[in-house]
Design a protein around this ligand. Structure first.
Ligand SMILES: N[C@@H](Cc1c[nH]c[nH+]1)C(=O)O
Length: 394
């Protein structure tokens, strides 16, 4: 690559200017206190983690990781996800804290992007992890909390798709026999390329029964009855158990009064490979990619020597803000312009205004080249200028 121009940023990196900053802060604060009201406790973890531990456990594609070396040559990653770092904490600093643990985070994540994709390579995610609880109540709590938090942020038009990794994996393995061939099928579904999936299935030259089962999967999307339809596609205990999990999940979601926001989607595949059970994603109208998602990951904690069943979700703040599509409102700022003789008086006045909760800029008149440009920038201007004793206030 040729030398970048001074104002260029690395691929996928963005600046946040004041209006967006305010919007983000407002939404983040609302969601965070809502999450706290469900008893989750926020923690922070380092931006850098070891590549061999957390990097590998994050279960992302290698090419999505930002890698670097520390002074001693150990490979590090910029964290691509918060679930693995929190699993590390549960297995180390919090190893004496009894399960279930309810932890929350609001963190920047990093995933390298391809030039053509134009997607952000750094984004903020607010989420939770419920570790050490394998019940359907835990799955439902996490989904209900995600839905309620999105509503709290003001989001109205959205749907949550709920699927089951165990169900799909078993079906694929039964039919195509190898992980590799199953992965090829999952890839089409992950990209929501149903046409590609259909064509791929046809090329597999399966028995007509198996072909029908794989194609039937595409129709397994809808409400509660989807589970009964899915029962016809399977003939083994494991898949049946997965479907029963979805059945009981559904009735708890009804008790939370959020079932109307949910559709069952047995084609749902998430982009991270640590999931083992119920998974979900939230979509908003007009938004290309999901704004939130999560699921059950019952095998990750054992990588950190503290086996546990667990589930959680993450909400992407940038996508949520896009979906909210509200006006970015900057808080009003007053400007108090003074001349040297009135400085002490202006300082006192600004202090008093700030104590009343106003945002106040204190500006020495002699430091301003273009007074019109300055006054145009603020919502309210007052002056402490003129000869001592004669105030020119507004
Ligand atoms: N870490 C997941 C979200 C999640 C939290 N817990 C389970 N899943 C993500 O980045 O999408």
């Amino acid at each position: 690559m040729s030398k970048p121009l001074v104002f260029e940023k690395p691929l996928g990196m963005h600046d946040t200017l004041p209006a967006l900053y305010e919007t983000k802060k407002r939404i983040r604060t609302k969601i965070a206190s809502f999450i706290q009201s469900w008893g989750y406790q926020f923690i922070e973890t380092p931006t850098l983690e070891y590549y061999d531990t957390v990097g590998a456990a994050s279960a992302m594609l290698e090419k999505q990781l930002f890698k670097l070396l520390d002074q001693e040559g150990n490979p590090l990653v910029l964290r691509p996800d918060m679930t693995a770092p929190i699993a590390r904490v549960a297995g180390s600093s919090l190893k004496n804290a009894a399960y279930p643990l309810r932890l929350a985070y609001d963190s920047h994540l990093f995933q390298a992007q391809q030039r053509e994709g134009g997607r952000p390579a750094e984004y903020e995610q607010i989420g939770i992890e419920l570790i050490g609880d394998g019940t359907r109540s835990a799955d439902a709590e996490v989904i209900a909390l995600m839905i309620a938090a999105l509503k709290e942020a003001g989001l109205e038009n959205f749907k949550v798709a709920v699927g089951h990794v165990g169900f799909m994996n078993k079906l694929f393995l039964d039919v195509v026999g190898t992980q590799e061939r199953a992965e090829a099928l999952r890839k089409f579904l992950n990209e929501k390329n149903y046409v590609g999936y259909r064509e791929h299935v046809k090329q597999l030259k399966l028995s007509s029964i198996d072909e029908r089962r794989l194609l039937a999967l595409l129709g397994l999307r809808g409400r509660k009855e989807t589970v009964d339809e899915a029962m016809n596609v399977i003939d083994n205990y494991e898949s049946e158990a997965a479907l029963k999990e979805l059945q009981s999940l559904w009735s708890i979601l009804e008790a939370y009064d959020v079932a109307s926001d949910v559709t069952l989607d047995l084609t749902l595949v998430r982009h991270i490979s640590y999931y083992t059970g119920i998974v979900f994603e939230a979509y908003a109208e007009g938004l290309g990619s999901p704004l939130a998602g999560g699921g059950r990951y019952d095998e990750l904690l054992e990588k950190f020597n503290r086996p546990a069943q667990a589930t959680g979700f993450g909400i992407r703040l940038d996508h949520l803000i896009e979906a909210l599509d509200g006006e970015e409102v900057e808080a009003p700022i007053s400007c108090l312009i003074f001349t040297k003789e009135h400085q002490a008086e202006a300082i006192a006045k600004a202090k008093e205004m700030r104590e009343r909760g106003k945002r106040v800029v204190l500006q020495d008149l002699s430091g301003v080249a273009d007074i019109d440009a300055l006054t145009a920038r603020y919502d309210d201007i007052s002056f402490c200028i003129g000869k001592k004793g004669k105030e020119n206030g507004s």
